[in-house]
Design a protein around this ligand. Sequence first.
Ligand SMILES: [Zn+2]
Length: 232
Amino acid sequence: MTDPNGRVALVIAAHPDDGDFGCAGYTAQLAAKGWSVQFLVCTNGAKGTSDRDMPRERLIALRREEQREACRRMGAKDVTFLDNEDGELVYDRRFLEQLVRAIRVVRPHTVLTHDPTDIIIRNSFINHPDHRATGTAALDAIYPTARDHLNFPEHLLEGIEPHKVAEVLLWGTNQPNFDVDITADLDTKIHALTAHVTQFPDRSGFMAFVRENSKAEDGRYLERFRRIELEF
Ligand SMILES: [Zn+2]
């Protein structure tokens, strides 16, 4: 993996567009600094439409292409899609193995993912069950599962080594302790989000929504994370 700073970030998102909402401003900053930013999208996005005439396979293909375009717009290097069913994601050994495998292959310094808490953002959102399953499985994959060679030891036979993640950033959190000023990156974030044409057909209304939701009391635009620095 070529990376001038040796720094890799892995975004683990339940659906296409979640990672863009959660951290496209910060990942754009990291990419501009030379980090290798990679996305892992855990479901196929097949429930993401109100159009009853939209064929399922077409929606899945469209949403993948939208996520690829969004990643290009924010400077992320690569995106991988797992084929779990949208809306039906459960945390089991199979899903945990998928995340452990991704962490061991990508070998990120930083993982960015969903806060798995059920009620989030000032009691204003029920966190989608797929987000909760993803956040919980990602945390368990990071510690201790990906770190210890006796977990999924079959990976060693494939030449996939254990990996220790140094930092975790959770978006959609009730307990932010790490604010990133994305004022200069807000247009990039909106540009990435508007690649998801199937999700946000009302572009101007959507842009206003994103601006309003990112704005701090002092007028800056922020992405807010719960940050965990892992010592072990
Ligand atoms: Zn989602």
